[in-house]
Design a protein around this ligand. Structure first.
Ligand code: NDP
Length: 274
């Protein structure tokens, strides 16, 4: 049977095996998808051993940069994201890709029905997740992308890196006061339940507030956006869509995602599983 895995630390919470198993059942493909816990400093050894027989692996926190070093060749998305979340073995070579940004765009555009074209986009955060979504968002030809981060220097660096590709600027988080159409929270604040201190003016004409984090109840960021009258969604669809893109890279065919998003959402709501 074809072997697949997700490698991370921690890894027990990962939904990737369930998502890929659901895609495979839908397309009648036989596969085995496991969780692999790698110790710090052991990513390459773990991945090397897996790829003796394995065909594809997803990579999650904290190994996405190490996975980039491990790959023999990189896609443009992975190179510009500076991180790899999908490894595929083809003709003896390990190819590194990053499907997080495509996953976000497909979820916003196709699942939630919000075009990014000609829109003023605000990305809050300048970590790995923010960096990984800039190129796929830029491909949708937005009017502008603004990056705002607690550590402003990191946002400035990101804007500099991508400004040849798109209309992108960095603004200090505390100075944000202009309206946006789509606001994306790419910080890890929702993990800790922290609320970002944001000027309400940024929500005045926003159609959508998107939190990359997901869970069994609306995040603090979603609650804030809803308080100011903005439709808010979480990042579960992004998770399933990035998995669908990895699945396509490995199997050459695209699974249907709507039913899988519903299935994982229902599981999140079961108290015994959280
Ligand atoms: P990183 O650790 O690389 O970056 C964290 C970011 O959050 C930084 O910009 C950091 O700012 C900011 N931050 C942390 N605490 C605060 C705070 N108290 N106030 C303001 N800003 C803060 O994380 P990632 O980029 O890898 O991940 C970010 C989020 O995206 C996570 O919640 C993750 O779960 C989610 N994610 C979801 C995916 C999905 O498929 N749905 C895929 C990938 C990520 P600073 O630079 O100042 O430290």
């Amino acid at each position: 049977m074809k072997q697949f895995a997700v490698i991370g630390n921690p890894i027990s919470h990962s939904k990737s095996p369930e998502i890929h198993t659901a895609f495979a059942a839908q397309l009648m493909i036989e596969l085995n998808y496991i969780k692999l816990l790698a110790d710090e400093g052991q990513f390459a050894t773990t991945a090397q051993a897996f790829f003796e027989h394995g065909i594809g692996a997803n990579v999650t926190v904290p190994f996405k940069e190490e996975a980039m070093q491990f790959a023999d060749t990189l896609s443009e998305d992975a190179r510009l994201a500076g991180a790899v979340n999908t490894l595929a073995k083809k003709n003896g070579q390990i190819i590194g890709d990053n499907t997080d940004g495509i996953g976000l765009v497909r979820d916003i555009r196709d699942n939630h029905g919000y075009s990014l074209s000609d829109k003023r986009i605000l990305i809050i955060g300048a970590g790995g997740a923010a960096r990984g979504v800039i190129l796929p968002i830029a491909r949708e030809t937005p009017a502008s992308i603004t990056i705002a981060n607690r550590t402003h220097e990191k946002a400035t660096l990101l804007a500099k890196q991508f400004n040849a590709l798109t209309n992108i600027t960095a603004r200090p988080l505390t100075e944000l006061n202009q309206p946006f159409d789509i606001i994306i929270n790419a910080t890890s604040t929702s993990l800790s339940g922290e609320t970002l201190n944001l000027n309400p003016a940024i929500f005045h004409s926003a159609g959508l507030a998107y939190d990359m984090m997901y869970g069994n109840h609306p995040t603090a960021f979603m609650q804030l956006a809803e308080k100011y009258g903005t439709n808010a969604v979480d990042g579960l669809g992004m998770l399933v869509e990035q998995a669908a893109q990895s699945f396509q890279i490995w199997h050459g065919t695209r699974p249907e995602t709507t039913g899988v998003i519903k299935k994982i959402r229902a599981q999140l709501k079961e108290p015994s599983k959280n």
